[in-house]
Write a protein that binds this ligand. Sequence first.
Ligand SMILES: [Zn+2]
Length: 684
Amino acid sequence: MTTTAAVDLDSHPLTHWDGPSGLPDFTRLSDADFGPVFDAALAAHRAEIDAIADDPNDPTIENTFVAMELSGDALDRVSAIFWCKAGANTNDQIKVMEREVAPKMSRHYSAISMNEKLFARIDDLHRRRHTLDLDPATLRLVEKSWKGFVKSGARLDADGKARLAAINEELSSLGTTFSQNVLADESEWVMFLEEGDLAGLPGFLKDAMASAAAERGHEGGYAVTLSRSIYEPFAAYSERRDLREKAFRAFAGRGETGGATDNGAVVARILALRAEKANLLGYDSYAALKLDDTMAKTPKAVFDLLEPVWEKARRKATADEADLQRLAAAAGSNDKLAAWDWRFYQERLRAEKYAFDEAELKPYLQLDRIIEACFDVATRLFGVSFAEKQGVPAWHPDVRAFEVRNADGSQRGLFLADYFARPSKRSGAWMSSLQSGYRLGYGSAPIIYNIMNFAKPSAGEPALLSLDEARTLFHEFGHALHGLLTEAYWPSQSGTSVSRDFVELPSQLYEHWLTVPSVLETFARHYKTGEAMPKALLDKMLAAATFDAGFRTVEFTSSALVDMAYHAEKDAPADPAKFEADTLARIGMPDAIVMRHRTPHFGHVFSGDGYSAGYYSYMWSEVLDADAFSAFEETGNPFDPDLAARLKKNIYSPGGSAEPEELYTAFRGKMPSPDAMMAKRGLA
Ligand SMILES: [Zn+2]
């Protein structure tokens, strides 16, 4: 029995956190409480917002912005725990709840952004902002939230508001349809093989294919599926050209099967609604609307980044293609190199040129030592230290807790890490927070977490990582530092609350320190002998890392260019399939390479709104991180103290309190050119 009316948010363990180190007391939490606590917390937040909107006093920063920034505390707390568990330790009850909570939250926040009395106060303060003697962060808060309200339709008339709400609702259900169609195509397609069909396949792939077959009731057989972790190695190793072609056509054709799961009409409708929305809100195009609050700002700036990269990558890929064609001829094939041949001959070229086996690295990359390396780099760069705290219960017994201290010994925050894969955790790696750090009011110390999916070793064995996994650990820890080192005053400017083409800078930049020689010498030691990783092994690995740059960059950049082309026009294309083909023809896409994400399954762009007109962001951040690390290389010291202090002050600590260009320029003295990124990718 649940007693909704009886929820006391001031004492309930989901909203009143009284566990160790400022955490909730996880031993007292019950999943059955989420429903009633969410309802009570939503109602409490609504009441707070109404009180701000109905305040009879003239609007001030204090009675409007401070009040808004401090409102919704109970809702933030229950949400933080819920979404943490939904990702990292879910169950059937939570999965059912997720389908209820997501639309409830979206209705709640749109009601706030369409609240006319609330917007009237914000609009009034915004109009008077230059007479209020505001510090830069507060001025930015006023401008950003005003713009956020306007972009959510606050200034539209009643008809416009109703139309915008209808567009948003239809877009959100189209996004769900799009994902479900792709998922259906991915899970339905399978190619069962026999022992005799496996020529060329490595052991780890045969194992994965055997368990995929067993999962589908074909015990003793082998299954090729469309999951990237099976499809890509199959395409790279299978000596059977006919099977490679079959798998390729299924993989590249996801969402384009012509049947009930075909996404053609879904994409056309999404693009039409997005164009209408941009128009309704007074923007030239949907890209202009989406880019308005990013670093890039305009579609032109994005094209200016992508087009020169595209030309270099295309030239490199064309040169590689000739190499691969020769290799195919030598292997006795007279056919023109096709898209299902590229990965296969590229893998042969790699083996021939670099004679490098990734498995040789693993014994040197112990999880515990790489965690120490992450912490040590942070101490050397930023002066913060990490000490593990035992016996802190969290959402799963595998979670480890670390107290974070400043150089003077004072408390900074808490870092939680959950490293191993398990069935209750979704795949991938990410950073999030249970509590963000800010200075407003009584202040709040950050509680940040990292989730990984490393294979759990059997008892008594050390966990060993691949180089990619070690890189992922550094990447997510870079995001964690962005959250932990925050000095933001306003909660909404804390840590990673920055524009989406800036947010990957602290994470991608941190990856560079993994392969700094002094870091590897100290921490990459053989788990049995304790010997340091041989330099020759490291060099071989780094040399092999960029040899497929042409292919990888063409795959990525073509997708980014098509995404931007779709959204940069005033009117949406009526036939997306034709538009994709025409765009690729116009930019000179090589025949034997396919986009990394073709339109009918481009989830970044069509499953939701997150990366629409935004796939370029990864490369935008890469321009920044490559240039930022070259600043350290120029000094000859990867831990140069002056530069590290500037990095902390301008990149890792300010959160969203200033314009990203301003922050980057304060660190580096100038904005970057793409040269360092091109060099990093092997395209210089
Ligand atoms: Zn990231």
